[in-house]
Design a binder for this molecule. Structure first.
Ligand SMILES: OC[C@H]1O[C@](O)(CO)[C@@H](O)[C@@H]1O
Length: 515
């Protein structure tokens, strides 16, 4: 350890203790943050396909949808007002990322989670009670602010509460909760659409309060993470008391000491960089920076949120009725959950690259076939109608595509960026990842319906082109990170045929030295 302090990262060590019921409870509460995001992703598509919602708030779209005003199939839902209802949430979540990251580090993970849940509850109330389109937008923006805080703090909370050997699978649980949230939202929409009297959409939007209430009530009773307590100057006695409860053992001294060292080293590194947030842009971090920009960027360019946000609308475009469209969205939601479960089981056994490559190929093929089928039926004019068998065939192909995403880019889009950064820039790197993810989610949400109208079946080929590019990118530029201790991660870059030119030799030693 010549010349400076080693980054003490606990990921390769096994400390005394066990997975306690208390940690499981705390993790489930925090993972419900994923449920909040997932519910919002899944709910808007179904609601915007309900006539009782469209008629009062988006009458132009309603008239096109009912065929009162003629429009081709590709364009009947094209309305910026309507897409902004969906995508405004991600804009708010994006804008709040940096204040949220400040609050998470200055006031703790628990504080940010609670603030997020409270703002989110307000948003759900606004939406459920909306009597004007402005109330809908305000509600969505509040939901977005809440989600922004929660997705900042909850994954950190999960990683820091977990015993180090369970950190990888706990990270995937967050994405699993997102997919469960999407599925629940689809089921709720399916049920509320049947409610007589046209107020079902209020229930759909209002029920968003449920996961937020669980997070709020649950987290009030939880402690903050030991890491955050140390970072904010808590006494040794308080931190150790917390650690003993979390780990279920009296023997917590070594872990406590390592956490203190890691905290001291991170602040030394920050001081060496004069607390400069731009330190992350140094040449030696280029490989990680490229990944943390491109992975969320590409994740959204798979086109997944076209399906997650607009599946019911898309299925109506294919000629399904209201009910069948909502049911088809439930089916794609189920496939999404199950395939994310597969990733949870195999990601540490087979590694990240095989999943990325297989998933990419599967998405590519299904997108090309879907695009071709839609082209054949609707052509360029988009005026035909589709036979039932044909439409169900397309739903099946969409399921193949969703499964390909869900065991690759879905969970890996969070996991890989979280494991490639050295400690001193890890949280900044994570912030960038979340920001790009929300930005791209916003862009796709906002432009999809116009793009469908403008590019018609060609849209599927556009996404297929991006999937091909990202799969080639992974094949050539992403090193395998499975099973590599985080403190050894610089090796994967220094031994890579392309990235090694950016990584100085001393960074390839086993311990990362900070001068
Ligand atoms: O499961 C699909 C969902 O997963 C995400 O990519 C988040 O990781 C969302 O953007 C998408 O809606």
């Amino acid at each position: 350890m010549a010349g400076g302090a080693a980054v003490v990262d606990s990921s390769s060590k096994v400390y005394p203790g066990r997975m306690t019921a208390f940690v499981i409870f705390a993790s489930l509460v925090a993972a419900c943050g994923g449920l909040m995001l997932g519910y919002d992703i899944g709910i808007s598509g179904g609601v915007t396909a309900m006539s009782s919602f469209l008629q009062p708030f988006f009458p132009d779209v309603y008239r096109k949808e009912q065929g009162i005003v003629s429009s081709n199939q590709y364009c009947k839902f094209d309305s910026h007002k309507l897409t902004f209802f969906t995508s405004s949430l991600y804009l708010a979540a994006l804008l709040v990322q940096w204040p949220a990251s400040y609050s998470t580090s200055k006031h703790g993970r628990k504080f940010s989670i609670i603030i997020g849940a409270v703002i989110f509850l307000l948003g759900a109330a606004f939406n459920a009670a909306a009597i004007h389109v402005a109330m809908l937008y305000i509600g969505r923006l509040l939901l977005g602010l809440g989600v922004g805080f929660v997705i900042q703090a909850a994954p950190l909370y999960l990683s820091e509460m977990a015993p180090s050997k369970s950190r990888g699978s706990l990270n995937t649980i967050f994405q699993l909760m997102i997919t469960i949230g999407i599925l629940l939202a689809n089921l709720v929409n399916y049920a509320t659409n049947k409610i007589q009297g046209g107020w079902g959409w209020r229930l759909s939007l209002g029920l968003a309060a449920l996961p937020a209430a669980i997070v709020l009530l649950g987290s009030i009773s939880l402690p903050d993470t030991p890491n955050s307590m140390i970072e904010r100057g808590a006494s040794e006695e308080d931190v150790k008391k917390n650690l003993r409860r979390i780990r279920g053992t009296e023997d917590v001294h070594e872990e406590y000491q390592d956490l203190c060292d890691a905290c001291a080293n991170a602040s030394k590194a920050a001081n060496n960089n004069n607390n400069n947030k731009l330190a992350i842009f140094q040449r030696k971090y280029v490989p990680q920076m490229v990944m943390t920009f491109l992975i969320p960027f590409f994740q959204q360019l798979t086109g997944i949120n076209v399906i997650m946000f607009y599946a019911p609308v898309l299925f109506q475009t294919l000629g399904f009725g209201n009910d069948a469209s909502l049911m088809s969205a439930v089916i794609t939601g189920l496939v999404n959950v199950a395939a994310t479960g597969v990733a949870f089981l195999v990601v540490d056994r087979y590694g990240r690259r095989p999943l990325f490559l297989e998933g990419g190929l599967q998405m590519l093929l299904s997108q090309v076939i879907i695009g071709s089928l839609i082209w054949k039926v609707f052509g360029v004019a988009g005026m035909a109608s589709v036979s039932k068998g044909y439409a169900y065939g397309i739903v099946a192909l969409i399921c193949v595509y969703v499964a390909g995403f869900a065991w690759s880019w879905g969970p890996l889009g969070w996991l890989v960026p979280s494991e490639i950064f050295p400690l001193e820039i890890r949280s900044t790197g994570q912030g960038i990842n979340a920001t790009i993810n929300m930005l791209m989610t916003f862009v796709i949400g906002q432009v999809f319906l116009s793009l469908l109208c403008a590019t018609k079946f060609g849209l599927f080929f556009i996404f297929a082109f991006f999937v091909l590019s990202m799969t080639l990118f992974v094949a050539f530029f992403l090193p395998e990170t499975r099973g590599i201790p985080i403190e050894d991660m610089s090796k994967v870059w220094s031994q890579h045929w392309f990235w090694r030119r950016f990584v100085p030799c001393e960074d390839s030693t086993r311990r990362v030295e900070m001068v």
